[in-house]
Design a protein around this ligand. Structure first.
Ligand code: SF4
Length: 442
């Protein structure tokens, strides 16, 4: 007994170093928190391990909508059932939002650790005081060659259906120099694609009194490396006109725009506390397509919001046809306590909401594939993620964001370096995925 203890690796604080297993849930912002937790624990001398060898199982949870909450709670129950003697840490949004309730109803979670300062997990797990972590050197959970860079925390938009401001608080933009230094470190360690994320990246700096996204892009453009910069989660109401200038002049900035619009019916947008209209959104999309050649646009919509009539939904379908987006995601409304919409009446039956979601997604198939088919015969750059078979690789073009859009299968006669970009000719399409033939050309 004594010998195994003596051999145990000791952390900086002289405590017995532990092994942990982290299971990440939720969005890209939550993933960055998970990576920061891992960096802090590793810095404290702890080690990641497979679940069975771990002393602590950390679930970085999501609490955005009902299904996400259920998924995180089931993860706690499953791990506890499988490993009843291990310590289960419920971290992230669910722990932040429901700490008091969960302390009573979820004893399976040994430790509840909210959001706001992921590095503090070291203290929460009794591993001493957290030391400053270099975000650019943190472990990455993204595919090879890609990393998320969180530029803001929280949100001031208060969309009436959304619980995120309740969980993540007010908008807080990171210092520009911090972000640029993180980007530089990531690029120096070989990352090629930097995905800037936040609840609403378009509002970057507005908590400091002015819109600073163009300034941030200008600073990032001073970095001497070859890279791809992708902007995600742009709220349509806050996109500065000057943004597009950078896209015309800086080829490293991917002409990919992820702009969650949520709806197109004026009644619905008002009720969601969103200030656009289908006309202003059409104008925004036309402006992007006019000012940024080869722009690829993704959006997300919410159906089944209280009061949504057949007429509102028809407005959304017409809008979908008119704007012909490259990529579209759709959620059904989830009634979230504490949000302004929670008390609204005229609930849309779940089945009808699901039917509307399905119809919107089905109609998008033809639109998305028509955009993809225009690429056949063209030469594209592909960020190679991994080899799936001899000479066959999976990757993404600039028009394919991580995890949400299709991907590209590259057939190459020469070995390709994962995590770097290769060029090839688009030969065909298979649903949302492209088939590219490459001779290894950079
Ligand atoms: S922009 Fe709206 S939907 Fe997005 S995080 Fe903020 S409040 Fe939520």
């Amino acid at each position: 007994m004594l010998s195994c203890v003596l051999n145990a690796k000791r952390s900086r604080s002289g405590r017995i170093a532990n092994h942990y297993f982290l299971d990440p849930f939720g969005c890209a912002k939550n993933q960055v928190d998970a990576e920061s937790m891992m960096a802090a624990l590793n810095e404290a001398g702890w080690q990641t391990s497979e679940c069975a060898e771990a002393d602590y199982i950390i679930i970085n949870s999501c609490a955005f909508i009902e299904s996400a909450k259920r998924e995180s709670i089931n993860a706690v129950l499953n791990y506890h059932r499988q490993y009843p003697y291990k310590k289960i840490v419920l971290a992230g949004c669910l722990a932040q939002r429901y700490k008091h309730e969960l302390e009573k109803i979820l004893p399976e979670a040994t430790i509840l650790f909210g959001t706001g300062n992921p590095e503090q997990i070291v203290t929460a797990l009794g591993a001493g005081a957290p030391s400053h972590i270099d975000k650019g050197n943190r472990p990455l959970l993204s595919s090879l060659g890609s990393a998320y860079v969180k530029i803001t925390e929280g949100c001031n938009n208060h969309c009436s259906f959304c619980a995120i401001p309740l969980i993540r608080g007010k908008l807080c933009s990171r210092p520009i120099d911090d972000i640029v230094s993180e980007c530089q470190t990531l690029l120096e360690r070989g990352i090629y694609e930097l995905c800037l994320v936040g609840q609403d990246t378009a509002s970057f700096g507005m908590d400091r009194g002015k819109q600073e996204l163009p300034i941030l892009l200008e600073k990032i453009a001073t970095l001497p490396h070859k890279f791809w910069l992708r902007l995600l989660y742009l709220h349509p109401d806050h996109i500065p006109d000057s943004l597009f200038l950078y896209y015309r002049e800086e080829p490293r900035f991917l002409p990919y725009f992820d702009i969650p619009l949520q709806h197109a019916s004026g009644t619905m947008l008002d009720s969601m506390n969103r200030h656009g209209t289908s006309t202003s959104y059409i104008q925004l999309i036309e402006k992007i397509r006019t000012q940024v050649p080869n722009a690829v646009i993704r959006s997300t919509f919410l159906v089944g919001f209280p009061g949504e009539t057949e007429r509102d939904f028809r407005t959304l379908l017409r809008f979908q046809k008119t704007v012909s987006l490259d990529w579209l995601g759709c959620f059904c409304y989830s009634r979230e306590e504490g949000t302004p919409a929670y008390c609204l009446s005229h609930h849309v039956p779940k089945q009808l909401a699901l039917k509307r979601k399905q119809m919107l997604e089905e109609k998008q198939v033809a639109i998305t594939v028509s955009h993809l088919d225009q690429l056949i015969g063209t030469t594209v750059a592909v960020l190679i993620e991994r080899e799936i078979d001899k000479g066959i690789y999976i990757g993404r073009t600039y028009g394919q964001a991580p995890e949400v859009d299709g991907f590209t299968i590259v057939h190459s006669i020469v070995p390709l370096a994962c995590g770097s970009v290769s060029h090839g000719i688009v030969q065909s399409r298979e649903k949302y995925n492209l088939h590219v033939y490459s001779n290894g050309g950079k």
